[in-house]
Design a protein around this ligand. Structure first.
Ligand code: TXA
Ligand code: MG
Length: 319
């Protein structure tokens, strides 16, 4: 069983030996390995049971490291890095050859991010290589937002989990790619599109096509609980499923109905940030509840609401 703690020196030694270690970030916990070592990166795919066509994000200690791993960086990418790092924003940039192909699933671009968590920044400062890290969940399941979530799902397969407490943002990074100098959103996430647009101007979204993966990695089955999750108007859904035992996830409203056996409000006060950091933990509890099905409603489409709705839609789409 994985040990859990805050021993950065021990984690650095394991990673240097080519092992995987779970790391805290402000978005979700990651399953990290040396991004410059193809064998170590392969361990990530093995432990997660993740298909090799799904590329990994590379975590770097600071903006200075960008040019070590990426070439032909557009000016707007530097401005975004300046504005958001450390933070929940991943930039897709032309990769340099020292990033192994297994990390990018053969794509010519690499996703780079400086994570906003003090323990992981300390770790990145203690090792001479960047860390490839996808979310630390088995492929296709809900992302972990605490060390306990990682223990439950991958504890038997990995040696060490750095415990950095509950993830402050709770939803994965926003992924931005570039077409020439134009920025394009590949995945909505913890950095709100409206805030990114203050740097880039109006953004194009490349995210609605997830049913037909446009790049390796844009898979629809991500973030799915094991129980069926239906997304829509809660009153209508309750009416349709009135003979079943229901777990209900609402944005802020409380509903009473005889079918409901468990119920969560993402944020009783209607706070979108709170809703984002509670989302995955609530989905996980709903999955573990005695209910047969999970009913959920979209949240208002503003700020982090886009990212929350994207995750709910993907969870529902995996049926
Ligand atoms: O917040 C996050 O981004 C977390 C933490 C650990 O940093 N990581 C994360 O990784 O969410 P993961 O593997 O669960 O999702 C990364 C996704 C891939 O599935 C893929 O869609 C996209 O990032 N991606 C990575 N590199 C890419 C590339 N070169 N081109 C297109 N998409 C890429
Ligand atoms: Mg993931």
């Amino acid at each position: 069983m994985a040990e859990t703690g805050k021993d950065i020196g021990y984690a650095a030694r394991l990673l240097t030996q080519g092992e995987v270690v779970a790391i805290p970030t402000e978005t979700v916990y990651g399953l990290a390995a040396n991004a410059l070592d193809p064998g170590a990166a392969a361990r990530i795919f093995e432990v997660k049971e993740r298909p090799f066509f799904d590329p990994l994000i590379v975590h770097i200690p600071g903006i200075e490291a960008m040019e070590k791993y990426a070439a032909a960086i557009p000016d707007v990418a530097f401005r975004l890095a300046q504005a958001f790092w450390p933070g929940p924003l991943t930039l897709l940039l032309t990769k340099k050859s020292l990033i192994p192909d297994i990390v990018t699933a053969g794509l010519p671009t690499v996703g780079l991010r400086v994570p906003g968590h003090p323990l992981t920044l300390e770790l990145l400062g203690a090792i001479p290589f960047p860390l490839a890290a996808p979310s630390a969940n088995p492929f296709g399941y809900i992302s972990p937002t605490s060390a306990e979530h990682v223990t439950q799902q991958l504890g038997k397969k990995i040696p060490y989990i750095i415990d950095g407490g509950a993830a402050a943002v709770g939803i994965e990074s926003t992924i931005i790619g570039f077409e020439g100098s134009e920025a394009v959103v590949y995945r909505p996430g913890g950095a709100a599109v409206e805030d990114i647009e203050k740097v880039t101007g109006r953004l194009r979204l490349r995210v609605a096509q997830w049913a037909h993966p446009l790049a390796p990695g844009q898979l629809q089955s991500h973030y799915a609980p094991r129980k069926p999750l239906m997304l829509g108007n809660l009153e209508d859904l309750l009416d349709m499923h009135k003979h079943r035992q229901v777990a209900l996830i609402s944005f802020s409203q409380k509903i009473s109905h005889p079918s409901i056996v468990a119920q969560w409000q993402l944020s009783a006060g209607g706070n979108m940030r709170e809703a984002a950091w509670r989302l995955f933990a609530v989905m996980r509890k709903a999955d573990q509840s005695p209910a047969e099905i999970i009913l959920a409603e979209p949240v208002p489409a503003e700020g982090l609401g886009h990212a929350i709705n994207d995750r709910l839609l993907r969870a529902a789409a995996s049926l």
